[in-house]
Design a protein around this ligand. Structure first.
Ligand code: ADP
Ligand code: MG
Length: 386
């Protein structure tokens, strides 16, 4: 789960990771009040969307006075902000963070992720702050210092020192940098983050170390342990169909193709997407209705697939195990009663109660093509949409 920068900074503060003074605002008047309550200007007004690269798109503005903050917030709030990370459709800005502008001496990078190769958290620090870390890794990998952490011991002081010295911080900055790194590691583990990225981490002209940006991603599978964090979710930032799917406990991820796929089992869903691609088409979604899906869940899944206007054909690929083919068929029929199906449907059913399932579909009046096997199903649906 992604959260906003202002929410991330609130969490950082609780763990003694220093951030600039500031607060969130939803109107330009509120933004002005925040500025008035801060010390003196200048201030920075920052669009709060779940994407980076905001500066380049006009989502970050410096303002000298509270009046200018109000004006800048008025221009940013409600705008559709397009950045390299939002895609061409951009994101509507509903909130801004107003904070104290810093006089920046150095911009660094600090990130913590789980490294799949070692199965451990890895800390990465770089003197090339403000740039995308992927870009730094591609062009100047020698500028990235890494420390792999043993989760039993946690981040050791020597590892934090290696990072701080490695990015060339001066002697008087080592101590605050080490506690910054150690505290960020505590955030990462205590909140079950999948990513904690500070880009840039800055050294100010006054010699302070601050998190100027905060990208904190939380592990969805651990949210049951953090009810307070689950409340940070912003439905406005989610794809509406993914949001709907989540309400129905469906594993649905929207993609950019035009073939909707309803599959049971994540592995089968991945294989189905591969076959759709191999047949020369692109999947419109990943949907695993789950092993123990009810007819109602199937109906919801089918409805969500059809609600995507890009979908020009649907492939239903079910291997009836725990989810029996008749339950699937009843779910599809239930959904079809409510929505008009205007796109071709290809069905591949195998397994428990397959005959009954086919019969239910045949008697439903729904027009669909039966495929002999998975590959045939993918090829048929690809041919239909081309
Ligand atoms: P994004 O990653 O979306 O571009 P950042 O929060 O990293 O947004 O900000 C981009 C740049 O804007 C920073 O690298 C910094 O130069 C400037 N900036 C952001 N916040 C402040 C601040 N409080 N004071 C001064 N400059 C800032
Ligand atoms: Mg940033």
């Amino acid at each position: 789960m992604k959260i906003h920068e202002y929410q991330g900074k609130d969490l950082l503060k609780k763990f003694q990771v220093p951030v600039p003074a500031g607060d969130v605002a939803e109107t330009s008047k509120e933004a002005r009040t925040v500025a008035e309550e801060l010390a003196e200007g200048p201030f920075v007004v920052k669009a709060q969307i779940h994407a980076g690269g905001r500066g380049k798109g006009g989502g970050i503005k410096v303002a000298a006075t509270p009046e200018e903050v109000e004006d800048a917030a008025g221009r940013i709030l409600g705008m559709t902000l397009i950045t390299p990370q939002t895609g061409p459709e951009g994101r509507v800005v509903n909130k801004v963070l107003v904070e104290q502008a810093q006089e920046i001496d150095k911009e660094l990078y600090l990130g913590i992720v789980v490294d799949r190769a070692s199965g451990r958290p890895v800390l990465m620090m770089s003197s090339a702050g403000g740039m995308e870390i992927e870009e730094v890794a591609a062009r100047t990998p020698e500028l990235i210092i890494k420390e792999t952490v043993n989760p039993t011991t946690g981040c050791m002081a020597y590892q934090a020192r290696n990072l701080a010295f490695g990015v060339g911080l001066g002697a008087q900055l080592i101590r605050p940098a080490v506690s910054f790194i150690e505290n960020l590691y505590r955030v990462f583990t205590a909140l079950d983050c999948s990513l904690a990225e500070i880009n840039p981490l800055v050294v100010t002209k006054q010699g302070e170390i601050l998190a100027l940006d905060a990208k904190i991603n939380l592990d969805d599978n651990a949210l049951y342990r953090h009810h307070d964090l689950a409340a940070l979710e912003d439905p406005e930032e989610m794809d509406p169909l993914e949001h709907e799917a989540r309400k129905h406990h469906l594993n649905y991820i929207r993609l950019s193709g035009n073939i909707g796929a309803m599959v049971n089992g994540a592995g089968l869903a991945m294989a189905t997407m591969d076959l759709i691609k191999a047949a020369g088409a692109e999947p419109a979604n990943f949907l695993d209705v789950g092993g123990g899906a009810s007819a109602e869940m199937v109906a919801n899944g089918f409805r969500i697939i059809l609600a995507d206007p890009n979908v020009k054909g649907v492939l239903i690929n079910i291997f009836g195990g725990i989810l029996r083919c008749d339950v699937l068929a009843n779910g599809v029929v239930e959904a079809v009663k409510e929505v008009q199906v205007k796109v071709p449907i290809i069905v591949r059913l195998e397994g428990t109660n397959v005959e009954l399932g086919r019969q239910i579909l045949q008697n439903s009046g729904l027009k669909f093509t039966v495929a002999a096997d998975m590959r045939d199903a993918a090829q048929k649906v690809a041919a239909l949409v081309q």
